[in-house]
Design a protein around this ligand. Structure first.
Ligand SMILES: CC(C)(COP(=O)(O)OP(=O)(O)OC[C@H]1O[C@@H](n2cnc3c(N)ncnc32)[C@H](O)[C@@H]1OP(=O)(O)O)[C@@H](O)C(=O)NCCC(=O)NCCS
Length: 171
């Protein structure tokens, strides 16, 4: 199995050539929904400044896709967070979130939103930890419902809202 030395993981902006590796990583990170390669290519192209790739020795070991909400430019929506199994538990997901928030390009971001299923404890722990670091309040509410929005085929997604915060000062 590929061993990951997380101290030597480099974070950088995604580029189109990462699209397929991202597609493969997402497939290895249940319960994340697998999107089309085309979707991952767009994330790595049009949404690169609000997304991040974690790379080690040419391997993509982490990825976050995000975008700024079109109607609320101060809000970063985090779409998916994926860390390869061998790289987990070493703070990589938090590092990736910090790196997006710390970019000059994203200095207008004062709020972060994401959706999480009730059973994804790792994800709740990750975003609660981020809110703690940012010294920001957070709120959880219903968002996409299992029956109403997913026709019973997907667990309900709850909305987690963090902020306001000043990422440039606090992270
Ligand atoms: C969730 C995931 C991204 C976490 O990645 P990671 O690099 O291991 O997370 P970190 O090491 O940065 O941990 C951040 C915080 O979350 C906590 N955490 C991480 N995984 C956890 C788990 N399985 N159970 C409980 N807490 C967990 C950590 O303890 C840490 O908090 P702490 O600093 O207070 O101890 C990774 O487990 C993953 O890819 N899972 C599969 C896909 C997924 O569920 N993605 C999230 C949905 S958006």
């Amino acid at each position: 199995m590929y061993e990951c030395d997380t101290d030597n993981v480099k974070l950088r902006l995604p580029r189109p050539s990462d699209g397929f590796a991202v597609f493969e990583l997402i497939g290895l990170c249940p319960p994340l929904d697998v999107n089309s390669t085309y979707c991952n290519l767009l994330q790595c192209t049009h949404f690169s400044t609000t997304s991040v790739v974690a790379e080690q020795k040419g391997n993509v070991v982490g990825f976050i896709s995000g975008y700024v909400l079109p109607e609320r430019p101060d809000c970063l929506f985090v779409w998916q967070v994926a860390v390869a199994k061998e790289a987990r538990g070493a703070g990589l997901a938090l590092r990736m979130l910090r790196s997006i928030l710390g970019r000059t390009h994203n200095r207008q971001v004062k709020r972060l939103e994401t959706t999480i299923t009730a059973t994804n404890q790792a994800s709740w722990a990750l975003f609660e930890r981020l809110a703690q670091e940012l010294k920001a309040p957070f709120n959880k509410s219903d968002f996409f419902d299992c029956n109403k929005h997913f026709a019973g085929n997907h667990e309900s997604e709850l909305l987690m809202q963090i902020g306001p915060f000043n990422a440039q000062l606090e992270v």
